[in-house]
Design a protein around this ligand. Structure first.
Ligand SMILES: Cc1cc2nc3c(=O)[nH]c(=O)nc-3n(C[C@H](O)[C@H](O)[C@H](O)COP(=O)(O)OP(=O)(O)OC[C@H]3O[C@@H](n4cnc5c(N)ncnc54)[C@H](O)[C@@H]3O)c2cc1C
Length: 467
């Protein structure tokens, strides 16, 4: 492919064809080295104009471009499966403006969670929907993957906190989607079109985000239950009751056991729920009401934590997936991922996952944002036992299929990437996926941007394949 056009746009230090830069952009967190796909060249633009010129040139020369931010995706989203250019956006990491009087902040896409929190925090504000990975991931990646986090149960998803985006399209044109006004009815809602588009429709070069005032009161703790059903039912009851809960996370006994084994934690060997409350006044009444609901599910105990204990609790929760992965190097993890169902379906789905695990003699740790209907489950099988791995893959598929049968989605927050492509038609039907592809064709007719993602293989056409 012809990359000479890049030298007319960027200085040499912003273009790399070296093996180490190419390999750094060949995988994401969820892609192992065996499936690495290095780009031919990595570019590091710092301005919208540069991105515009790169995309216009790439489209003209039939070169694929895959945006790459921090690479913390779990399903191959930023992996350049058709090679070409990997566009690293992490050098665009400036906070452009904070307008506390409007509860707004303008950021470049490479800004990460801590920098955003620091800039907002100076004004007593915060950005509530950050994902658990916010310390290591960018705003651009969060927007492109439609991310959400532990506080979504109270505050909503990243998507709910975006006002306006500047986006460069595949032909190099620069558009503004959305508005800085708190609401708009003007024209098509193009802003939301780019949320969750995984770098396939345009490159986000600036985002105006909403901020919230920091709550004056923050308290939290954990409730320990005898059975997983009790714990899950307690979560759904609390959410349905309208208790003002900011975080409510389920951790099953298998996950707790693995966390203890890997990190040296001393979690009880039982299903449990971690909770956090945010309020400006009346937090004790809210906690008392919540306690009365939890008590209907016979908890062994409900403990309110001091602030140090609370930090430890959420740190444990953030490290849970690592603990599950590292629990036993002889076990391989297979991921149904972040399936999400209407909350009344959470308990039945978790029961189903556990029954599949028992039937096939496989570990199936489950945890997650069950208050949003979002269950993170992993199926673990002996890495050297091909038959056990086949069983694990079958269990994983059965979990996603059951999720879709009960009105859920194959991915609540991580995105489709490569791994969930084959569920898209089952989830939406062919006509809907055709309509999505019509949008892709309209905005990126040459298939320049991140080819090979989201759509099932029959749609998979990179620019180079056409010639
Ligand atoms: C330990 C761990 C915990 C996690 N926890 C959560 C969680 O709680 N909630 C959650 O939602 N996710 C979670 N994730 C997944 C992941 O961190 C998020 O999806 C994150 O938002 C990805 O951001 P990134 O900067 O790493 O983007 P990348 O992985 O680099 O890219 C993500 C996608 O966005 C595209 N892209 C990147 N920047 C742009 C841009 N400026 N314009 C257009 N497209 C762009 C890329 O092409 C790619 O398709 C977790 C991951 C890990 C490893």
């Amino acid at each position: 492919m012809d990359y000479d056009f890049l030298f007319g746009i960027l200085d040499e230090r912003s273009i790399s064809t070296g093996d180490s830069a190419r390999m750094e952009h060949a995988t994401d967190w969820g892609t192992d080295d065996a499936n690495a796909s290095p780009p031919d060249v990595v570019v590091y633009p710092t301005t919208t104009d540069e991105i515009s010129a790169i995309l216009a040139g790439a489209t003209e020369h039939n070169v694929p471009v895959t945006p790459y931010a921090a690479g913390t995706s779990l399903d191959g989203q930023p992996v350049p499966v058709h090679e070409g250019i990997s566009m690293n956006l992490t050098r665009m990491n400036e906070i452009l403006d904070v307008r506390p009087e409007d509860f707004q902040i303008d950021v470049q896409p490479g800004v990460m969670g801590p920098a955003l929190e620091q800039a907002a925090g100076k004004h007593g504000l915060f950005f509530p929907p950050l994902p658990s990975s916010s310390d290591i991931s960018t705003i651009g990646g969060m927007i492109a993957n439609a991310a959400s986090g532990m506080q979504t149960v109270k505050y909503g998803e990243v998507a709910d906190w975006i006002l306006e985006l500047e986006v460069v399209l595949a032909d190099g044109s620069v558009i503004t989607a959305g508005s800085k006004a708190p609401k708009t009815s003007a024209g098509y809602n193009l802003r939301d079109l780019f949320v969750g588009s995984e770098g396939t429709l345009g490159v986000v070069t600036r985002a105006t985000l909403k901020l919230a005032g920091r709550p004056a009161q923050i308290r939290g703790g954990r409730a320990i239950f005898e059975t997983l059903d009790d714990a899950t039912d307690a979560v759904t009851d609390v959410v349905r009751s309208g208790v003002d809960i900011a975080k409510i996370e389920l951790i099953d006994a298998e996950s707790a056991m693995m966390s203890n084994a890997v990190t040296g934690n001393a979690l009880p060997d039982a299903p449990m729920v971690f909770l956090e409350f945010h309020a400006d006044h009346g937090i004790d009444e809210e906690i008392a009401f919540c306690r009365s609901l939890l008590e209907q599910h016979s908890p062994d105990r409900f403990e309110i934590a001091d602030s140090e204990e609370m930090d430890e609790l959420w740190q444990t929760r953030r490290e849970l997936q690592f603990a599950i992965e590292e629990y036993n190097p002889e076990l391989q993890a297979v991921y149904p991922g972040d399936v999400t169902v209407p909350i009344s379906e959470c308990s039945p789905l978790i029961r189903y996952i556990k029954s599949l695990g028992a039937e096939h003699d496989l570990l199936t740790p489950c945890f997650g944002h069950v208050g949003d209907g979002n269950i993170h489950s992993t199926v673990l099988a002996d890495a050297d036992d091909e038959r056990a791995l086949d069983r694990a893959r079958a269990v994983s598929e059965a979990i996603v299929e059951r999720t879709l049968e009960v009105g859920g989605t194959s991915t609540g927050e991580h995105g489709i990437g490569l791994d969930k492509r084959n569920y898209l038609v089952a989830e939406y039907g062919e006509e809907t996926v055709e309509a999505m592809y019509a949008v892709k064709r309209a905005l990126d007719p040459t298939g320049t941007l991140n080819p090979g993602k989201i759509f099932p293989e029959q749609f998979d056409t990179a620019p180079a394949d056409r010639h």
